[in-house]
Design a protein around this ligand. Structure first.
Ligand code: DP6
Length: 333
């Protein structure tokens, strides 16, 4: 049976009592996956092939205010204070998400969404964006939903958004049901105070191939993709264990291996998909040299050229020396 996004919204919101308010504001943090979500078993519902595990970047994310438009005839969507046009894909994706929550055809909204991370920082804002929008829409419609339901609704906007419903370490369970009602994120609750993430922005240009297109292309054309779910399964076990025992080497090595394996599947697709720029490789080589010199530092990379470093506070001074333009984020305060 095929399920559409609106079927799922209906399952979740159908029985809810609506207590609409005029305006509601919500926020959510960006997350970086240590075990990546790469490949869908259902692209309509953003149901993943594998479980993934991420860590939130506190203070980096999206703040979204939704205001009910009385007597409006269409939705208005502002991104970083700029009114977006109906022809823009950003406008369409937001309006598609509003559709999930709309009770009457005449319900229109003004959405003001502000990202605290510049798009140029190479941090995916769609995850925090759809998480914040989901919270704001549930708030403005006055529906009270549990955390799993909110995570599922956020997933319908963008897969990784289901993980941005929580701070700290978060695991997204792929689930097995066709309707995806068992595919949502849960927080791990472990705190790792000295853990740091360093962002290296190497190329701020908007990427040619989105994650969405990139993963679909990989699943369709890369024979190496078959190996990916098995690796992800192993990595997630190792990562959860590393988080529980605070074993940094295990965390870093598993995350780096996982990112490299994901990128290997992309390179094995045809036409090949490579998000790296020469500077990305130069950073990788510096990281490997640092490790040879006894500095515990690892990296991860998403569907873009920028590199995120993982290290602990005791080597922060070395990292800042080697990478002078690194932005260091304290993951747990
Ligand atoms: C490489 O969540 O942006 O960052 O579900 O199509 O919106 P859609 O994709 P998206 O993909 C993120 C891919 C990734 C890995 C990850 O965050 O797990």
């Amino acid at each position: 049976m095929t399920f559409f996004r609106t079927d799922i919204a209906q399952k979740i919101l159908g029985g809810c009592e609506y207590r609409p308010v005029e305006r509601f504001e919500a926020s959510a943090s960006v997350n970086i996956a240590l075990c990546k979500y790469w490949g869908k078993r259902d692209s309509q519902l953003n149901l993943p092939v594998n479980d993934s595990l991420s860590v939130a970047l506190p203070g980096k994310g999206t703040r979204t205010r939704v205001t009910r438009l009385l007597g409006g005839t269409k939705d208005e969507v502002f991104l970083n204070e700029r009114l977006t046009q109906e022809t823009e894909s950003f406008y369409r994706r937001v309006v598609d998400h509003l559709d999930l929550f709309r009770r009457d055809a005449g319900d229109y909204f003004r959405v003001d969404t502000v990202n605290s991370v510049a798009t140029a920082a190479g941090l995916a804002s769609s995850a925090s964006g759809f998480a914040a929008l989901t919270r704001a829409m549930a708030g403005v419609q006055g529906v009270s939903l549990d955390d799993d339901a909110l995570s599922i609704l956020a997933r319908l906007g963008s897969g990784s958004a289901c993980r941005s419903m929580y701070d700290g370490f978060v695991r997204w369970y792929k689930g097995g049901r066709e309707d995806g009602m068992d595919s949502f994120a849960k927080p791990l609750r472990n705190v790792w105070r000295c853990l740091r993430l360093g962002v290296l922005t190497l190329n701020a240009a908007v990427k040619k191939t989105s994650s969405r297109e990139g993963m679909a292309h990989t699943v369709e054309t890369a024979s190496l993709y078959n190996a990916w779910p098995l690796q992800a399964e192993r990595d997630i076990v190792a990562l959860e264990q590393a988080v529980t025992t605070q074993n940094f080497e295990q965390l870093g090595a598993t995350a780096e291996h996982n990112a490299m394996a994901m990128h290997a599947t992309m390179m094995a697709s045809w036409p090949p998909l490579l998000y790296w720029v020469p500077e990305s490789v130069a950073v990788m080589q510096k990281v490997w040299q640092l490790r040879e010199d006894g500095v515990p530092v690892y990296f991860t990379m998403d569907a873009g050229p920028n590199v995120k470093l993982l290290f602990e506070s005791r080597v922060e001074h070395v990292i800042r020396q080697v990478f002078s333009d690194v932005e260091v984020i304290q993951l747990f305060s």
